[in-house]
Unconditional design. Structure first.
Length: 605
């Protein structure tokens, strides 16, 4: 080939490439968001799970009729699978809504190769699954408390017969036609719509899928959401991929602050989800989780481990070395509290006699929550005074109670007064009958837990109470707790709705073994709990909730510790993130710019 011919050929190729740039460019790199959970998941069936991390996965795969606007603050509910906001009767007893047409479940062998549209009966079926005794749902008592007409009778028949009849129509939960769903309640429920806006509570599933996979349904979530489960290595790795059948849905929202306005300007109209894949590792220890982020192995760090606060955000600002790399952060008060319980059925900590109440109150007074905030949490929390969480409708930051009080002298006086003294001279207090008094507390082996546990042990040592930590795995501890096998266990409780009263289920007798891990029982408390359910928000409801709080504080089956402050961090190639106080899913809204990520960092891998 002559030089002239070769040159003409090159020129022709360049001209073609210029005219058709798509043919001249390599395929764009796959956008992958990588980060870690600090606690292992339990599974992916809404009816069977009640933990934060499993719920986060479910919320990206399944969808509810309604959702929270990603940007709006305070939280605002908007239609999702539903056409519009529900029609609500004046007495808050009837809620009716229509589903959008043409929304389909992700293809699955359970559908026999045919497209499967979401219809009203799917909502009915999904709701009933929480009541089926076979599923042992930790949420079933909460659903019964909604007083859906006929639901409790259906449960009782299933308990008597050993089989739940999903085909029995009940008055309170009906598919009026192919797309219209109606709930009828026996009592007013002004906040019932919250139950329709959480995919981890009412994520719509198909009966064919549940029946096909049976006991393995925890491994086979099939929904309508932006992602599908691609890979699951239990307690190790979870990979979600873009749902290729996800409907046309665009980034939008009601911007209420400067950050939201900027996100709306940048992302409005972009097709969701924006990333192609999400890879979630389970990294329980805080140091490797932090190092993975620091080394760009993870793109995003949800809730900076408290151990690294002084390194990463001195004076609550991104450290200079990280700022030079473009690392960004957001700090948000969480709608949560940390807590531990003292089992009311355990022979050591349980009981309602003055002596048993005195022991639990002394334990509560001995523990210095302010010290926990100052030392292991490094200022990333506030002392919890009550059970009502920040960001919920009736939260009062000025509320104060004994729950947030540290008084060692009073703790010692209570123990002495009720006979919890050292009888054998070994340096530890004994039971009033002379038997050894040993408190057993379930915990994890993680470094951040060890720091927190040191504070509790030091505080109890100071009043002569012997505390023994029992190391285990969180999923196993959760199961044992629900079965009533633990003496003391600590965990975090997060609000999933703006409702300030729903958290009171942790003291409601009918929730024992579910939200009520302590198995607390008190008739007056149950009366107040059910009373506040029917009340609209306002001073009257706040007064009822406060009275219920005072009962829990007096009997002290639970010791509240802190409301946490989350510091989320991300590398400069991640954009679009904004923490929502209640919405569990955010992956569909964020972007990963593979051109900015370090080569080989993992973006696009």
């Amino acid at each position: 080939m002559s030089y002239r011919t070769w040159a003409r050929a090159i020129s022709l190729c360049l001209a073609i490439a210029a005219a058709h740039p798509a043919t001249a460019q390599a395929p764009s790199a796959e956008k992958v968001l990588r980060y870690a959970f600090p606690v292992a998941e339990t599974g992916f069936d809404p009816a069977q799970i009640n933990d934060l991390y499993s719920a986060a996965i479910i919320a990206h795969i399944l969808e509810a009729p309604y959702e929270y606007d990603y940007l709006a603050r305070p939280a605002k509910i908007v239609p999702n699978l539903a056409e519009a906001m529900p029609e609500v009767s004046g007495d808050f007893k009837t809620f009716t809504f229509r589903l959008k047409r043409g929304i389909y479940f992700t293809d699955d062998p359970a559908f026999g190769g045919k497209p499967r549209e979401v219809v009203a009966q799917d909502v009915v079926y999904s709701f009933k699954r929480f009541i089926d005794p076979k599923n042992k749902s930790p949420k079933f008592s909460g659903f019964l408390e909604e007083k859906i007409l006929g639901l409790e009778d259906l449960r009782k028949k299933a308990e008597a017969s050993g089989k739940f009849d999903y085909d029995t129509e009940i008055e309170g939960l009906k598919a009026l036609d192919r797309y219209t769903v109606q709930f009828r309640l026996g009592e007013p429920r002004p906040r019932f719509i919250y139950s329709l806006a959480d995919p981890a509570t009412l994520g719509i599933v198909a009966r064919e899928v549940v029946e096909k996979y049976g006991d393995a349904i925890m491994e086979h979530p099939v929904g309508t959401g932006p992602f599908v489960l691609k890979e699951w290595k239990r307690s190790s790795l979870i990979t979600l991929a873009r749902n290729p059948q996800f409907r046309e849905k665009r980034f939008d929202g009601e911007a209420s602050d400067a950050v939201a306005l900027e996100l709306l300007k940048q992302f409005k109209g972009r097709k969701l989800p924006i990333v192609d894949r999400v890879v979630v590792s389970i990294v329980e220890e805080p140091q490797p989780r932090w190092l993975a982020f620091l080394n760009s192995e993870h793109d995003f760090l949800e809730r900076l481990p408290q151990n690294f606060v002084t390194h990463a955000i001195p004076n609550n600002k991104v450290a200079p070395n990280l700022a030079k790399r473009g690392v960004q952060m957001e700090q948000t008060p969480l709608s949560d509290f940390t807590i531990f319980y003292m089992s009311m059925t355990n022979p050591v900590t349980g009981g309602y006699t003055p002596g048993k109440v005195a022991l639990r109150r002394a334990i509560g007074l001995a523990i210095n929550n302010a010290e926990e905030v100052r030392l292991p949490r490094r200022g990333q929390a506030i002392v919890a005074q009550g059970f009502v969480m920040p960001n919920t409708t009736l939260y009062d930051p000025s509320y104060r109670s004994e729950m947030g009080t540290h008084d060692r002298a009073k703790a010692v006086a209570l123990l002495d007064l009720f006979g919890y003294v050292d009888r054998d001279g070994d340096g530890w207090r004994d039971m009033p009958d002379g038997k050894p008094l040993v408190l057993e507390y379930e915990t994890l082996s993680r470094a951040d837990y060890r720091e927190l546990d040191e504070i509790v042990k030091k505080n109890l040592d100071a009043v002569g109470l012997k505390l023994v930590y029992k190391i285990g795995k969180w999923p196993e501890q959760l199961r044992a707790s629900r079965a009533g096998k633990l003496m003391m266990w600590g965990y975090g409780n997060s609000a999933t709705t703006p409702d300030s009263g729903s958290v009171l289920a942790l003291g409601y007798s009918k929730s024992a073994g579910q939200q009520n891990h302590a198995r607390f029982r008190n008739d007056r408390y149950d009366e107040l709990y059910t009373k506040q359910l029917v009340m609209p928000d306002g001073p009257e409801r706040r007064a009822v909730i406060n009275e219920a709080q005072r009962i829990l504080i007096a009997y002290m089956p639970y010791k509240l510790k802190v409301h946490r402050i989350a510091t989320d961090m991300w590398h400069p190639w991640v954009t679009g993130y904004k923490r929502h106080p209640f919405r569990r899913d955010f992956w569909q809204f964020v972007d990963v710019d593979t051109s900015k990520a370090p080569k080989g960092s993992g973006a696009g891998l």
